[in-house]
Write a protein that binds this ligand. Structure first.
Ligand SMILES: Cc1cc2nc3c(=O)[nH]c(=O)nc-3n(C[C@H](O)[C@H](O)[C@H](O)COP(=O)(O)O)c2cc1C
Length: 337
């Protein structure tokens, strides 16, 4: 099962329709079901996919500067209790937190009224929502409205995000990456620490198809040739003090921040540095096309887009071979809980 961020409005409505029309126990009123489908077009949208089929989806809408609402969510009944709902909420939490929201709210019919909605209540409690308030007549007296809230300032989810980031080298879907998302990713990059605050890193996002095609022509052998957007990382060798220059550390911190933001928003990427800074100096040719002035070096490209596949998981050395406590080596193993 894969969780995929969908950005195309028509595709969102198609998926929402397929799932909601199979869930008439919850979405029986045609008018409100159609409203959910229509409104999904402009909302942050995640699909749960299995064997190429949409088995569920989730939409987020902004309800205040600090809050998003889980506007609608549906999982086809035959896929209930298999982790799709949790995975969707996890992706939505990471995405909303990365976009700067502090809270997520969701409304449902209060526990104790209908068996189907009791399952929904238990699900929300299970994924971390807390009861905020009940509004007995918000919908009508037979359907008291329970509002749940979830804090997005949860350190646990940040660690999960870090552990889930992977280098992706597969094909990308053609869906455009909204400019707002590219800006958000670059802001995350520039929020990174830099030695003596010299801020030696600069960034250029490219989403113009003609310009991307010109870049693709110089990236030989090709990588990320299907990505709908790319962020180019530039560095300047400014000394922090005496002859100490931390430009490499500065841009590395910026790249990692961006990779995490990209992951949190449901996109894929890969840190392409070796490939473009080798003897054939692909980075210099990209810089020339983009009009980068002297004094800046283009050191890395980060493709951004929705992956057609899931990234492969690389083999990593064991934790106990690389991390210890109070000293170096086997006698200093960290107890694992
Ligand atoms: C400095 C640096 C340069 C990299 N250059 C490339 C590259 O040119 N091509 C590539 O496919 N991956 C490149 N990577 C990605 C690594 O291969 C990848 O991080 C590593 O295999 C571990 O996989 P993971 O990112 O999924 O944990 C680079 C990573 C770093 C930190």
């Amino acid at each position: 099962m894969k969780i995929i961020r969908i950005t195309d409005g028509e595709q969102k409505k198609r998926i929402a329709r397929t799932v909601l029309e199979a869930l008439t126990d919850w979405f029986e009123v045609t008018e409100s079901r159609e409203a959910y489908i229509r409104e999904s077009e402009d909302q942050i949208f995640f699909e749960a996919e299995q064997d190429g089929q949409a088995i569920g989806f989730l939409c987020l809408k902004e309800t205040g500067r600090s809050t998003v609402e889980l506007a609608v969510m549906g999982i086809r009944k035959e896929y209930h209790r298999q982790g799709a709902g949790k995975a969707l909420v996890q992706a939505a939490k990471a995405c909303a937190a990365a976009a700067g929201y502090d809270f997520m709210q969701v409304k449902t019919v209060r526990m104790g009224c209908y068996e189907d909605y009791d399952c929904t209540n238990r699900f929300y409690l299970d994924v971390g929502f807390k009861e905020l308030e009940v509004f007995p007549t918000y919908w009508d007296e037979a359907n008291p409205c329970q509002v749940y809230v979830l804090s997005l300032k949860d350190a646990g989810s940040m660690t999960e995000l870090i552990m889930n980031r992977r280098s992706y080298r597969g094909k990308y879907k053609p869906d455009k990456v909204p400019r707002k998302d590219l800006a958000e990713i670059m802001k995350a990059g520039l929020a990174a620490p830099s030695g003596c605050n010299k801020q030696t890193t600069s960034l250029i996002a490219v989403d113009d198809e003609a310009l991307l095609n010109r870049l693709r022509q110089v990236i030989d052998p090709p990588v990320a040739e299907t990505a709908p957007a790319m962020i180019c990382v530039l560095t300047r060798r400014i000394n922090a003090y005496r002859d100490r220059c931390f430009a490499t550390q500065d841009y590395s911190a910026a790249i990692e921040n961006m990779l995490l933001a990209i992951t949190a928003m449901g996109y894929q990427s890969c840190w392409y540095e070796g490939h473009i800074t080798d003897e054939d100096r692909i980075g210099d040719r990209i810089a020339e096309i983009l009009g980068v002035p002297d004094g800046y070096e283009l050191v890395c490209i980060l493709p951004v887009g929705i992956g057609e596949d899931t990234p492969s998981v690389p083999k990593k050395r064991l934790f106990e071979e690389r991390a210890w406590i109070n000293g170096f080596g086997a006698g200093h193993r960290v107890e694992e809980f």
